[in-house]
Design a protein around this ligand. Structure first.
Ligand code: HEM
Length: 420
C-alpha cells in the first residue's frame, strides 16, 4: 500500500558518534521540518553529480576511496539492525567534524551502496523483483516496495536517475565476468534495440554498419558520427545497459571523445584502432583509451583491435591488447577471430569479445570468450527479410512479421523511463 509510505519514518535516538550519530543526522530517519531541511541539503549535494560508478560518486561527494568503509556501515545503517563495532569505526573514519553536511554525504553513499548493487544484479539476471523489497515506517510497519521500487512520497529516492546509470554500468561490467559468455545483439534503431531486449537479451549494442547504412552513409569512414551519437543518446535512457559503437571516435581528439563518452550515458562503448585510412599507432590508441577512462571510468570500454582483420601477425594483436588494457580498456574485441589457440591467448589478457561464428556460445565460453556480438548480422538479416517479405507479397504470400500493436508496444511501454 503506497499510502503507508506517507507515514512518519522510524525515529532514532540522538547519537554523538558512530552509527548512532549517522542515523540521527541523515534525511532517511528524520521527519517534518528536520526532514525538509536535510532533504534540501541532500538534493543540493546531488546536483550536477554525473558519476559513472560508485567510486566516482564517492569522489564527487568529497569522500574518495570511502567505499570499503561504506560497505562496513551499510549492514548496520537501518535502525532495526544491530550496530557493530566495525561499522562504528568506519563511520568515525569518515565523520570528520560530525556536522550535518558530512552525515548527508556519508548517508548518500550508504543509501546508494546496497540498493545500487541490488539493482545491478536485477538488471544482470533479469529478475523483475524490486531491488529493495521493503521499507519501514514508525511503529514497526513494513511496507512492500513492489509497486514503488524507488519509494513514494517525501522520502522517495532522490538518486533515482543517477542510480539507474551507475547500476546499468555495474551490471554491464558484471556481464563480462560470467561463466557463460554474454550474447550481445546489435541494434540499429530504437525499435530494434527494445525488441531485442524484450526477447530476453539483458544488454544491447549498436552496429555501425546498420546505423550508417540506414542513413545512406557508408560504414567505417567516420561519416555517420552524428547519427551514431544521436542513437546512443536515445538508447541511453532505456532501462537496460546499452553499449554504443563509436568507431574510432569520429575524428575527435582524445579529450573530445572522452567528453562525448562521459555525456552519452551509455553503459559501454566500442572504440577501434582502425582509422578511415589505416590504423592508429598503438600509442595513439592507448592515449585515446586512457583519456576516455579518465573521464568516464564506469563506462565499459571495449577496445576493438583491427590488426587481425587486416591480416597482421597475431603477435601484433596480442601486443596491442596488452597495451590497451594497460591504458584502461575493460575488454578487447577482435573481429574475425576464430582460431582456438589465438582465442585462448587473448582471452587470458582481458574479457574477450568475438563475433558470432560457427562455434556455440558454450564452446566459445570454454575457450575463454566472455562476449559474443552479432555485429552487423542482424541488420543484414533484417534487410534480407524485408526484401523477401516484399517479394512474398508480390507473389501472393503473407510473410511473418511483428504485429502493428506489438511495435507500438515496443515504443510506448514506459521504455523511455530510465532503469527500474
Ligand atoms: C546513486 C544511488 C542512490 C542514491 C544516491 C540514493 C539516495 C537515497 C536517499 C538519500 C534516500 C533517502 C531520502 C529521504 O529519506 O528523503 C533514498 C531513499 C530511497 N531509495 Fe535511494 N539512492 C540510490 C539508489 C537507489 C536504488 C538503486 C534503489 C532501488 C531501486 C533505491 C531505492 C530507494 C527507496 C525505495 C527509497 C525510499 C525509502 C523510503 O521511503 O522508505 N535507491 N535514496
Amino acid at each position: 500500500m503506497s499510502e503507508e509510505l506517507l507515514l512518519p519514518v522510524p525515529s532514532v535516538p540522538r547519537g554523538d558518534t558512530g552509527v548512532a550519530w549517522l542515523r540521527s543526522s541523515v534525511v532517511r530517519f528524520s521527519n517534518g521540518e528536520e526532514h525538509a531541511r536535510r532533504r534540501t541539503l541532500t538534493e543540493r549535494l546531488l546536483e550536477g553529480v554525473q558519476a559513472t560508478s560508485l567510486d566516482e560518486l564517492a569522489a564527487e561527494l568529497g569522500l574518495p576511496g570511502a567505499l570499503d568503509d561504506i560497505a562496513r556501515i551499510a549492514p548496520a545503517y537501518q535502525p532495526h539492525e544491530p550496530i557493530t563495532a566495525e561499522a562504528d569505526a568506519a563511520v568515525e573514519r569518515l565523520a570528520a567534524g560530525h556536522d550535518e553536511e558530512r552525515a548527508a554525504r556519508i548517508g548518500l553513499l550508504v543509501q546508494a551502496w546496497a540498493a545500487t548493487h541490488a539493482l545491478a544484479e536485477c538488471l544482470r539476471t533479469g529478475d523483475p523483483a524490486p531491488p529493495v523489497p521493503v521499507t519501514r515506517r514508525a511503529g514497526g510497519i513494513v511496507v512492500s516496495l513492489e509497486d514503488h521500487p524507488f519509494g513514494y512520497g517525501p522520502h522517495a529516492c532522490p538518486g533515482r536517475t543517477l542510480a539507474g546509470t551507475i547500476a546499468k554500468n555495474m551490471a554491464f561490467r558484471a556481464m563480462h565476468h560470467q561463466d557463460v559468455p554474454l550474447v550481445l545483439p546489435n541494434a540499429w534503431d530504437f525499435a530494434s534495440a527494445v525488441a531485442l531486449h524484450e526477447a530476453g537479451f539483458p544488454a544491447v549494442g549498436t552496429t555501425s554498419l546498420g546505423v550508417a547504412a540506414a542513413h545512406g552513409i557508408p560504414d567505417g569512414v567516420g561519416l555517420a558520427g552524428d547519427q551514431a551519437v544521436a542513437l546512443a543518446r536515445m538508447l541511453a535512457d532505456l532501462p537496460f545497459p546499452v553499449t554504443a559503437d563509436l568507431e574510432s571516435g569520429f575524428g575527435g581528439s582524445p579529450r573530445e571523445v572522452a567528453e562525448l563518452v562521459r555525456g552519452l550515458g551509455v553503459a559501454g562503448v566500442n572504440l577501434e584502432d582502425g582509422r578511415p585510412h589505416g590504423l592508429a599507432t598503438p600509442q595513439e590508441q592507448a592515449e585515446l583509451i586512457a583519456a576516455v577512462k579518465d573521464r568516464a571510468p564506469g563506462v565499459f570500454l571495449n577496445a576493438r583491435i583491427d590488426t587481425h582483420w587486416l591480416g597482421e601477425a597475431h603477435e601484433e594483436t596480442a601486443d596491442r591488447a596488452r597495451r590497451y588494457v594497460d591504458a584502461g580498456a575493460d575488454g578487447i574485441f577482435v573481429a574475425g577471430l576464430t582460431e582456438p589457440r589465438e582465442i585462448e591467448e587473448l582471452a587470458g589478457i582481458a574479457p574477450l569479445n568475438v563475433l558470432a561464428q560457427k562455434r556455440t556460445p558454450q564452446e566459445l565460453g570454454e575457450l575463454g570468450v566472455k562476449r559474443i556480438s552479432t555485429g552487423s548480422l542482424l541488420f543484414r538479416a533484417a534487410l534480407e527479410h524485408t526484401v523477401e517479405a516484399a517479394a512474398a507479397v508480390r507473389d501472393g504470400g503473407s510473410p511473418r512479421a511483428f504485429a502493428y500493436e506489438e511495435v507500438q508496444g515496443l515504443v510506448s511501454r514506459g521504455t523511455r523511463s530510465g532503469a527500474g
